[in-house]
Design a protein around this ligand. Structure first.
Ligand SMILES: [Zn+2]
Length: 248
């Protein structure tokens, strides 16, 4: 809790990231959460890992040790052999209890416009997993507007645009995507407070949520919402209620 608000951080990573050579442990995440008052975090593998199976197991161990603090999310290369991909998603849901799947277009190069990508979205839908997709760096695959296509094709699929376009450059695209698709939500990390004010002019707060991404960003990303002094209702949505409806 922080200032009377429950807090759900919808964007954290656990394990080893091959691309940046960094490891984050459950203890490190918990220390950051405790220092700010974060109640629960969605824990996601880094985009490039040595072994997605082992990384999912590592996240599962953290969730099992702290079921009241962590919710697990899957992330795996979408061009794996399809049986292998589907089996691991099934294991993540049915055995590990994960509640989301992350797509990292900047490393996965999955184009939502291609028919070959339908498999990814249909697998998420089959296992009732919201997709959290990184947007921003990694254009063209990470353009927020591309996700209008699967959101329209699969109206029961929930899609969260991570980083809300990644700042001012693609912010308008993320806003439009959420305006035209009721099943698209926005995660506000990397936005400036005036960007968030702009988002709120067009997108209801019950489709907005916060995320820290990395422990060193946690205080900045979460404090900016408090400093904006939004209505208690909007603050509650952004800090907890939107995420709770999707991931718990
Ligand atoms: Zn991230």
């Amino acid at each position: 809790m922080k200032d009377g608000y429950s807090i759900f951080d919808t964007h954290t990573h656990l394990g080893y990231g091959v691309h940046h050579g960094r490891r984050i442990t459950a203890d490190e995440l918990l220390r950051g959460m405790d220092s700010f008052g974060v109640d629960r975090s969605l824990v996601i593998p880094f985009p490039v890992v040595e072994d997605h199976h082992a990384t999912h197991d590592e996240i599962y161990e953290a969730v099992k040790a702290h079921p009241d603090r962590f919710t697990g999310a899957a992330c795996l290369y979408p061009y794996l052999p399809r049986d292998e991909f589907r089996d691991e998603v099934k294991r993540c849901v049915e055995e590990l209890g994960f509640r989301a799947i992350k797509l990292q277009p900047q490393y996965h190069a999955l184009n939502p416009l291609w028919p070959t990508s339908e498999f990814f979205f249909e697998t998420a839908l089959a296992y009732n997993l919201p997709i959290v997709v990184h947007t921003g760096s990694g254009i063209p695959y990470s353009l927020p507007s591309l996700y209008i296509v699967p959101a329209r094709k699969y109206p029961d699929l929930q899609i969260v645009l991570g980083h809300c376009g990644g700042g001012g450059l693609l912010l308008a695209e993320a806003i439009v995507a959420a305006m035209v698709c009721p099943n698209i939500s926005l995660e506000l990390s990397s936005l400036m407070p005036h960007h968030i004010a702009e988002v709120l002019q067009h997108v209801p707060s019950n489709r907005l949520m916060i995320g820290s991404d990395l422990p060193e960003s946690l205080t900045t990303e979460l404090s900016k919402i408090l400093f904006m002094q939004l209505s208690p209702e909007a603050t509650r949505d952004i800090f907890w209620d939107t995420a709770q409806a999707l991931f718990i």
